[in-house]
Design a protein around this ligand. Structure first.
Ligand SMILES: Nc1ncnc2c1ncn2[C@@H]1O[C@H](COP(=O)(O)OP(=O)(O)OP(=O)(O)O)[C@@H](O)[C@H]1O
Ligand SMILES: [Mg+2]
Length: 329
């Protein structure tokens, strides 16, 4: 069974199409990433899948339940992690979770037990009685994650879970996310951090203008961008390039020399490197080092959308949090 299955899922705001006929099938038990630039429709997709927004047309099933006809069942089977300002700063960590547990109708003793478990999961057990106001950004996010897990969801939505956190805290959050996956929770996360998508996700959908432009494992996506890159550090890069050019045995696209570095794209570096070494050796050219790198998800992103994802974030997330909060209270 697919944990998420959408059929031409569409959301229009007046004449503007934010999500455009999305056909998506997500298997159970993995970590699925929605990657896209500002305004691509990631949050809107998540809003519809988590029943916060009604689709304009098309349909979606989450955990086998229809998001429109069986919204209550969908809501009970999912968890959502959103921005930290939906926590109540005036309450302590325990009470924030307790209120949420009550909203979800988790009975008293079970609720207390579950709160203890989720606080331990995110290493906040010693902070249960501290006001959230004194928490750091990373601690708040961990509490958010704990709250999203309170009702033991089969599927957890995380909209930009590490937005605005420092690299160390982000890595810390990644550890929790991986831990959850290890426990069998299916996770859908949106991110505009390419390395996050690459490192964490089993599969990634690149979304642009409300449409999926590519969907695959990060490795396969990167393989779709032609070639790899070779960088050679040597004292005579121009001489080496001339030798390579004459021999015609190593294909070398877009060769570039920067200082002592010669770099170019080539389809098969494992094949090219021994040939290169032989050519350099024969010509008496010293080579200090050779490095290769595959295309990154950034290269993939540019390939499909024609622009870089490294842009500042808009406020889509705040709107999500507001809506979610309004729905729950
Ligand atoms: N309530 C709304 N009314 C009108 N337009 C909206 C509304 N919500 C979203 N949009 C528009 O729909 C598009 C998709 O927004 P969405 O928040 O889903 O993008 P996103 O991929 O999550 O972007 P970001 O990376 O900035 O969070 C944007 O152009 C946005 O301005
Ligand atoms: Mg968003």
């Amino acid at each position: 069974m697919y944990i998420i299955e959408t059929d031409k899922l569409t959301k229009k705001f007046n004449n503007f199409t934010a999500v455009d006929g999305l056909d998506l099938k997500i298997e159970e038990g993995g970590l699925f990433g929605l990657l896209g630039p500002n305004g691509a429709g990631k949050s809107t997709t998540m809003y519809m899948l988590s029943t916060i927004l009604e689709p304009t047309s098309g349909s979606a099933k989450v955990n086998g339940f229809d998001v429109q006809k069986e919204a209550e069942e969908v809501r009970k089977s999912i968890g959502i992690v959103f921005q930290d300002h939906t926590l109540d700063d005036r309450l302590n960590a325990y009470d924030n979770l307790d209120i949420h547990g009550r909203l979800y109708g988790i009975p008293g003793p079970k609720r207390a037990q579950r709160i203890k478990e989720v606080l331990e999961l995110v290493d906040l057990q010693d902070w249960a009685r501290q006001l959230v106001r004194v928490f750091s950004g990373g601690m708040k996010r961990r509490l958010e994650i704990a709250r999203g897990l309170l009702q033991t969801p089969k599927l957890l939505f995380m909209d930009e879970p590490t937005l605005g956190l420092d690299p160390q805290t982000r890595r810390h959050i990644w550890e929790y996310i991986q831990k959850l996956r290890g426990e069998g929770v299916s996770i859908v996360l949106s991110t505009h951090y390419l390395e996050e998508a690459d490192f964490l996700c089993d599969k990634v959908a690149i979304i642009d203008h409300g449409k999926i432009v590519a969907l695959d494992t990060p490795a396969n996506l990167k393989n779709r961008v032609q070639g790899s890159f070779i960088q050679i550090d040597c004292p005579e890069p121009q001489k080496l390039l001339n030798v390579i050019g004459k021999s015609k045995t190593v294909s070398h696209a877009n060769a570039k020399i920067t200082g002592t570095l010669l770099s170019f794209g080539t389809p098969d570096p494992a094949h090219a490197i021994p040939l290169l070494m032989k050519l350099a050796d024969k010509a008496g050219i010293k080579v200090d080092s050779i490095e290769t790198h595959k295309p990154s998800l950034e290269d993939v992103f540019i390939h499909y959308t024609g622009r870089s994802i490294r842009e500042e974030k808009g406020s889509g997330m705040e709107e999500f949090a507001r809506r979610m909060h309004a729905r729950r209270t």
